[in-house]
Design a protein around this ligand. Structure first.
Ligand code: DGI
Ligand code: FE
Ligand code: FE
Length: 195
């Protein structure tokens, strides 16, 4: 009772299966496995991190029109930058979706999903674990993934610092706007580094 998470894995699996193609479905299973392993290593709640991994991209394939309607229906106002950065929508919409459809799950799951793409300053342990798991899951195969996996063995902060540095670098190289939460996440890590 009390501290037990009401955790229906089959409900989540059926839900993401219905929303996602094979590629993104498998990615979600892999992120869930990585998030669980990181939780075990860093003292997080393995069930909560696993659930966050399963659900983190649930609305990644939502069509543009549906996403805009979903925001309007749920009273979510997008900033001008967010309106122009469709890649950020699935994190914002996913968090609202989880709150509505999984009232039995703790709020930190929806919160971790909300910030899994941008990060933010001073994230929860679950948030850091999900953010890192998304970079190192078994399906990831980008130049530098081995370095990210080594960093994740060392500390979540080391992996997040590199992930955020990489994101800021890539976006700025393509002249894509950087969300204030991404900048806040990056600065927070640098300013709180143990020297
Ligand atoms: O959903 P995934 O592909 O698994 O990964 P994700 O949710 O981390 O999304 C990564 C994408 O989000 C990537 O194409 C870059 C984009 N992104 C991340 N931070 C920002 C951003 N896009 C903008 N415009 N601004 C950001 O700060
Ligand atoms: Fe995502
Ligand atoms: Fe993802």
């Amino acid at each position: 009772m009390g501290c037990t998470v009401i955790f229906d894995e089959n409900k989540m699996l059926a839900d993401i299966r219905a929303h996602l193609g094979d590629y993104r479905y498998n990615h979600s299973l892999n992120v869930a496995a990585s998030a669980k392993a990181l939780a075990e290593k860093y003292g997080g709640n393995a069930d909560i991190c696993y659930a966050a991994g399963l659900l983190h991209d649930v609305l990644k394939e939502q069509p543009r029109d549906e996403a805009l309607e979903f925001f309007a229906r749920n009273g979510i106002a997008l900033t001008r930058l967010e309106m122009n950065a469709q890649k950020l929508w699935h994190a914002m919409a996913g968090a609202v979706y989880i709150k509505k459809n999984y009232p039995e799950l703790p709020d930190e799951i929806a919160d971790a999903v909300r910030y899994h793409t941008t990060g933010k300053a001073d994230m929860t342990l679950t948030g850091k674990i999900l953010f890192t798991a998304d970079f190192i899951s078994a399906d990831r195969d980008y130049p530098g993934v081995d370095d990210m996996r080594r960093r994740a063995e060392d500390s979540l902060e080391s992996a997040m610092k590199e992930g955020l540095r990489f994101t800021v670098f890539e976006l700025s190289e393509k002249c894509v706007p950087i969300h204030p939460d991404t900048v806040d996440a990056y600065n927070f890590i640098l300013l709180n580094e143990r020297k």
